[in-house]
Design a protein around this ligand. Sequence first.
Ligand SMILES: CC(C)(COP(=O)(O)OP(=O)(O)OC[C@H]1O[C@@H](n2cnc3c(N)ncnc32)[C@H](O)[C@@H]1OP(=O)(O)O)[C@@H](O)C(=O)NCCC(=O)NCCS
Length: 440
Amino acid sequence: MNTAPLQGIKVVDFTEVQSGPSCTQMLAWLGADVIKIERPGVGDATRKELQFNPDLPSYYFLQLNSDKKSLTLDAKTPDGKAILTKLIKEADIFVENLHPGAMDKLGFSWEAVHALNPRCIYGTIKGFPLSSKYANLKAYEPIAQVTAAAASTTGPYEGPDNIPTQSGAALGDSNTGMHLLIGLLAALCQREKTGEGVYVYQSMHNACLNLCRIKTRDQLTLDKIGYLTQFPQYPNGKFGDCVPRSGNIEGGGVLGWTYKCKPSGPMDSAEDANNYVYVILQRGAKDFELACQAMGFEDWLTNPDFNTADARDRHKQEIYARIGAWCADKTKYEVTEILGKAGVPVGPVISTKELMSDQSLYDGNTLVKINQGGEIGEFVTVGCPFTLSNYQPTYGPAPELGGNTEEVLTALGYTQEEINSFAANGTTKPVEAPAAAAAK
Ligand SMILES: CC(C)(COP(=O)(O)OP(=O)(O)OC[C@H]1O[C@@H](n2cnc3c(N)ncnc32)[C@H](O)[C@@H]1OP(=O)(O)O)[C@@H](O)C(=O)NCCC(=O)NCCS
């Protein structure tokens, strides 16, 4: 039995770069038939971004477009529009993330697609919500991070590096793709009842802001009392009128910090920037007792400066200093082992090199290897991040530019003659400039 949740779902994928493709990548891994529309001769911009070899598609493209089909199509030509119209008439989901207004200009707005196929769900990604004064701006990852209060609250809160800082995680890009995915899956469930497709509008701003909810929590608290107990500035430092950058605080009510450890091996040399561990002291008395016992800090249990969570918030600098000294002569793994055994929330800081070398993560979903074939061969990517008990995605190669054009057009009912004419008139292949053609 085929247990792929989206088996039989047809997706017309008019997305590019990262946000949209990360969404349609998940649709493909869940079993949908995803046809990626790409400009003839050009394709998704990421094909040629950050390449390791100028003649091969980049890992950027490969990691976001596995298991899709590629149809090269110029949707500005009459034939291109006719082909896209046919595809939409058979589609369950149409997804796009072009710049604001581009789809309307091409003639495939939500209204137009809905009129062509009322069952088709329309997913769209833009930078900002429609209500925003920035709704017409183009957007990339950092634009989402800086405008959704992610950057203003990230990074060192003092010193020369106290500037708005980007997260290494793709809060504006892949995170937006995952948010759109939720919307599309909800729309599919809804269509079961209504029989009709809906418009799912997902902005990068909203996706990023959704992950910054706790920063709005902090702003509300700051407005009420003028300080935030979880920040190192509390109780003696100054707070302004907005949430400061959070350095390495945990973010909730528990007391967490990053501590330097001694080097631990070839992946963690003295020069390595990642000889660190993150340690959290929970608020509960029992949890605190376990942590104190594990580190030999039993004196804290009877010291009123430390034996309540509120007191610890007021003395966090002393706590950072003492745990820091305790960690300094241990590796991040030794600290993790000692504290982990005692039930203290702890984790080593892991580099990308170390992460991708951890064989325990090649469990079928966490990190996966895809065989692209040819000169590229096998490469590693991050798999479907959740596990279904009765379904395991398979992870196949990304398509060549236009690699499925004939197949898709044939399935739509076009004859070989028509397919040839689409290639010759620039609809599915670039038209050669006369000089270049003559030179042959
Ligand atoms: C990513 C972004 C900034 C790129 O903007 P861009 O360089 O203008 O590129 P776009 O692909 O959007 O549009 C370029 C043109 O290609 C056209 N185009 C794209 N695919 C096409 C196709 N298959 N056939 C014909 N034309 C096509 C578009 O219609 C557009 O034409 P226009 O400028 O005449 O309107 C912009 O698409 C954007 O803001 N998207 C929404 C937010 C987003 O997802 N950002 C990316 C995060 S990873």
